[in-house]
Each structure stands twice: as C-alpha cells, then as structure tokens.
Design a protein around this ligand. Structure first.
Ligand code: MG
Length: 385
C-alpha cells in the first residue's frame, strides 16, 4: 500500500506532538515529509531523530543554523518563507496546520494552491480569512478536514447537507462555569489555565475560560460547513463527551461522542475517509459515563461568545478585528497586566470602534490585524497599566 505523505506545521506544539503520537502508532501508513517548529530545539531534535523528515523549518535563522549543523544532510528552512516552501512541496498528500496564530494563514493558502489537502487545527485561518480560504479550497478541489473536536464531530455527523436544520456546537464551559461572574473576572492566570477537560495551549485555554473559543468555533463552523449563523447553536456540556451534533429537518439529531482526547479528531482528519485502529483509548462505556448534562450558555457572563457571533454576522473585517484584539488582550492577561474580566471589556471596546472593510483581501487582512493589535496594546497601556 502507498504511504500517505504528511507535513506537520507546528510539530512541537500541543496538537503537533499529539499528531506525532498518532503517527507513531499508525506506523508505516504514513511518511513524514516535513516538520516545522518554533524555538523548541530540544524537542524538534528528538522528533527529527525519531521521524527522519526530509525537510524541517525553524522559526529563526539562528535556530535553523543549529539544526543544520546537527543534521547536515537534511534540508533546513526558516521563517515564514520556509513555511511557504514546506507547503509548496507537492509530494505531500496532506498538511497538518497546527501552528497557532496568524502565521498559519499564508502557508495554508499556499498548500491549497498546490492542491494539497489540509488538516486544519489553526483557528485564525478561518476566523481571519474564511471566505478567501474556502473559495480557494473549492477552486483547487482541496479538502479541508477540521481537527478541532467540535468541527470533527460535525464533519462526521453532517452526511446530508440538504436535510440540515441546525449545527449544535458543544462547549465544556471552562473552569468558571459554576463560579460567579465576580469570581471569574478576578481569577488568577493559574486558575484560568486549569481547564477541567482539555489539555491545550495557553491562548486557547484562556479563550475557553471566557467562551471566546466557542465564538471563534461558531465562525469557523459557518465557513467550513457553509451554514448561516442563525442555524448554528451552542450548548454547554461540561463532560465534553458529546463533541457536537447535527439536527436534521425531520427531527433527527446525530451527535458524535467519544472520550475527550485530541488523538481521535487528529487521526480522523489525517486518515479520512479511513477508520483504523489508533492509539488505544478505553472502550466507550455509556454506563460508566452515566450522566451527560447540558445547559444554555449565559451570555451576560460570557459576553465574548455573543460578540463573536455578532462579528461573524456582520462579516467584512470584523472577525479580523475580534481575533487580533482578543489575542493581544489574552497575552496581556497571561503577562499579569490585566484581569481576566478586562479581556472582554477590551475586546468589546476595540470591536465597537472598528472601521469595517468589506471583503478584505489577504494583504488588507494582515494590515488590519497589525493595526488592531497596535490599537489594543495602546488601549491596554493607556487605560489599564
Ligand atoms: Mg474545540
């Protein structure tokens, strides 16, 4: 059997390392063509020794130089240009985009233009440029397979688009679900990072605490599945066993369930449409799980969920603004400069002041992103420090 050729962008991150665990388990079904890493030299060195990629890309030329000296026979690239080159290698069957932040957008577009399928674990790609990315994917007949558990669930349940009534996206509710607004707003970084169900990167964990993450996922779902915002519902489900569901016009609801482990949606995306034995998880036992609960999200307590859906509906550059303001505010919180409650105040403030650009192209998107980040930093500096 032909091996499927894969490149992983962001192989030392949370999704990247879990993807390599899946690939290790799947053994000779895959060949790892390329890896990219940020600054974690130690981990990428271990990964190179173990998986022997053809090409590796590091964030900086200094780091690339270190790797090049240690692995003289391997092709070593660096920076954004290097990522683009990795994504131009048409020997790849699929590229897993698991870098975080806006850096994922351009390489994803490059891979699409080169007719390489995408396993997408980068939120910014669809939040910032959903229209452009989905248009390019359709034009080049490229499949975008979501890695996020919610979108993976919908991808698995949505087998009849004509019969669709609503997408139902579940949210764990994060660590402050049962805390008061006051307690939540003055939570420490440590408390906010203690997610009850999922072990993820810092930015997404904070976004999960404020439910901004769910708002971003609604925007992604709108683009990925071409569904109106009015037909995308969210529901709090603290056990994170039902990963999302699809409601059909005939009244039937199909949900995807599984134990909360990212190995499953990662494997689904990279193996699609095949279902094969992967990393052993315990057999699913309804009786052991016993109780699954659901509740409506409190939009007063989590205003960023509401704001994200409003931005999505307004279209234009609102999502670019929302995303940039949130990332800067989360960073300021992680650095101890502002409180958790300040994040939503800041993001709402910046979005309300935004001068929307309709149908922005990629250059405009990056320019708006840059401007909004500057504005957000200034707002934090002037009002909160
Ligand atoms: Mg998710």
């Amino acid at each position: 059997m032909m091996k499927k050729k894969i490149t992983i962008l962001g192989s030392t991150g949370s999704i990247g390392t879990q993807a390599l665990q899946v690939l290790e388990k799947l053994g000779d079904k895959f060949e790892i063509v390329g890896l990219s890493a940020g600054k974690n030299i130690q981990l990428i060195t271990e990964q190179i020794k173990k998986f022997q990629p053809k090409t590796v890309c590091l964030q900086t030329s200094e780091h690339a130089e270190i790797i090049k000296n240690n692995f003289p026979k391997m092709e070593v690239l660096c920076g954004e240009h290097g990522l683009q080159e990795l994504c131009s290698d048409t020997t790849n069957d699929i590229i897993l985009v698991s870098v975080s932040g806006r850096i994922g957008l351009k390489p994803t577009l490059t891979a699409i233009k080169n007719h390489i399928n995408i396993a997408l674990a980068n939120k910014e790609t669809l939040v910032m440029a959903g229209n452009v990315v989905m248009q390019e994917a359709a034009k080049h007949n490229v499949e975008i397979l979501p890695v996020d558990s919610e979108h993976s669930a919908i991808h698995q349940c949505l087998t009849n688009k004509d019969g669709l009534k609503n997408l139902i996206i579940t949210a764990s509710g994060g660590p402050f679900l049962n805390k008061s607004i006051e307690e939540m707003n003055k939570a420490t970084v440590e408390q906010a990072l203690a997610h009850p169900r999922w072990d993820m990167g810092k930015k997404i964990t904070i976004d999960s605490a404020t439910l901004m993450n769910k708002g971003l996922e609604v925007i992604e779902a709108h683009h990925l599945f071409n569904v109106d915002y009015d037909n995308i519902k969210t529901v709090i489900h603290p056990q994170s066993v039902v990963h999302s569901a699809v409601e059909y016009k005939d009244g039937s609801v199909i949900a995807q369930l599984g134990l909360p482990s990212m190995h499953i949606p990662i494997q689904y995306a990279i193996c699609y449409p095949e279902r094969i034995e992967g990393i052993k998880t315990n057999s699913f036992d309804f009786a052991e799980i016993a109780k699954l609960t659901f509740e409506t999200p409190d939009l007063n307590k989590f205003p960023l969920l509401k704001l994200a859906i409003e931005c999505g509906k307004k279209e234009g550059s609102y999502n670019v603004c929302l995303n940039a303001a949130d990332e800067e505010a989360v960073l300021a919180f992680l650095e101890g400069k502002i409180s958790l409650g300040n994040i939503s105040d800041i993001v709402i403030d910046i979005v309300n002041k935004h001068n929307c650009v309709n149908n922005p192209n990629i250059d405009e998107i990056f320019e708006i992103d840059k401007q909004v980040r500057l504005e957000t930093k200034n707002l934090i500096l002037n009002k909160y420090l």
